[in-house]
Design a protein around this ligand. Structure first.
Ligand code: GLY
Length: 401
């Protein structure tokens, strides 16, 4: 009797799980189908625009803005096309992904700033992951070598921004600025290590992550945006912001980059200190009293005009993707909690006011992101990287199912 009871309960459990999974599958399929159709609109409109420049955002009149291949955002459009191809298996989408990825090939020799990792890992990284074509791998390794030229042994970190090129960064008096965003570039180095076995890539990535762990975080696990080092001694000179509200504030996208970065650092190294840091950052974000109920953060957790200020959908999408990675390397209730919150974020981004109507928004999927408020740049607009991490999260949810 007992046996029959347990068998029956088990069957009900399995069938509930299956129906929940089917429901989730339908949900991600519907949203990815929307992303596919919206991207087709973008591809159509790009035929009338500059052919060698990539979608980035929109201007104040709502017109498309495009970047050249050396902009930090250049890899996100090809990367989005790869995810959408992976979902749709549409050959036309694959051809577009190939075309826009190949445009970035010269970036393999570029080391004018630290974002080579973002640019090449999102474009060529996805191209290689999906096709296993070694040509993509070769470009990734070359780009990773270029990135290592920005590493300085004395400091123990990769230089984020140049300080002598007349840019706005060089006017701030910094000598060796390293920004929290730079954690994201380490994924390319880990990939290059995995491809080649050359431990230089691994050692630089670990040194940089450790230096960031030591100097970018406050005791509550929020992070500074910019840490400036003395290039002779590697000692911290300043803990500043560039895109946040204030030096001592928590710029939302910066918190998201830290979470995502330390989650993959743990996956690649197995070092507990990275897992603990990623968990601390996740908990800082998710328990923050000024995280809105829909879990789409304001642009800075310490913006003085909350709740009458801008949300940042890009930060939300990066947080969702980072939480899914973190849950992947953990067990138990906490992993489950991170997955539930990631789903909730994606669910909220998949509806108004965040998701655009089909055929609008210049073909971008999401609205309401923020580039940089202190620079008066890209405020409350679509951003290509918001779309990238949103689509990436949907693909990660799909893999779970
Ligand atoms: N990595 C630049 C930004 O997040 O705005």
């Amino acid at each position: 009797m007992k046996f029959i009871f347990y068998s029956f309960s088990f069957l009900i459990f399995i069938s509930c799980q299956t129906s929940q999974q089917k429901q989730q599958m339908r949900y991600t399929s519907a949203n990815l189908t929307f992303a596919y159709r919206q991207t087709q609109h973008m591809l159509d409109s790009l035929t009338h625009l500059q052919k060698d420049r990539l979608p980035k955002s929109v201007d104040e009149q709502g017109n498309m803005t495009q970047s050249d291949i050396y902009d930090w955002t250049s890899g996100f459009f090809p990367g989005t096309l790869w995810y959408i191809y992976e979902f749709s298996e549409d050959t036309a989408m694959k051809n577009q992904a190939i075309h826009w990825t190949r445009l970035l090939e010269p970036v393999k020799d570029f080391y004018g700033h630290h974002d080579v990792g973002f640019m090449i890992n999102c474009s060529y990284g996805n191209a290689y992951r999906i096709t296993q074509d070694t040509v993509y791998k070769q470009v990734m390794v070359k780009a990773a070598r270029s990135l290592t030229k920005r590493y300085d042994e004395k400091v123990g970190a990769i230089l984020s921004w140049n300080v002598d090129d007349g840019s706005w960064q060089s006017e701030r008096g910094w000598k060796y600025p390293v920004i929290i965003d730079n954690m994201m570039n380490l994924e390319l180095l880990f990939n290059a290590f995995n491809f080649t076995g050359d431990s230089t890539f691994y050692k630089i990535a670990v040194a940089h992550a450790d230096k960031t762990l030591a100097n970018h975080f406050r005791s509550d696990y929020s992070s500074y945006h910019v840490v400036d080092y003395d290039p002779e001694t590697g000692v911290v000179s300043h803990q500043h912001t560039a895109q946040g509200f204030a030096h001592e504030s928590a710029w939302s996208r910066g918190q998201a980059w830290g979470l995502y970065g330390f989650a993959f650092c743990y996956r690649e190294t197995g070092f507990d200190r990275y897992l603990e840091q990623a968990e601390h950052i996740a908990d800082y974000i998710l328990n923050h009293p000024r995280l809105p109920e829909d879990k789409i953060p304001y642009w800075d957790f310490d913006a003085p005009d909350i709740p009458s200020t801008y949300r940042d959908a890009s930060a939300a999408a990066i947080i969702a993707s980072g939480l899914l990675d973190l849950a992947e390397v953990m067990d138990g209730e906490k992993a489950q909690h991170y997955r539930i919150v990631a789903r909730e974020i994606i669910h909220n981004l998949s509806a108004p006011p965040y998701r655009a109507a089909l055929g609008t928004n210049q073909g971008y999927i999401l609205k309401h992101s923020v580039g940089s408020i202190p620079h008066g740049n890209e405020i409350d607009v679509p951003l290509i990287y918001a779309d990238y991490y949103y689509v990436e999260s949907l693909m990660k949810l799909r893999r779970l199912q």
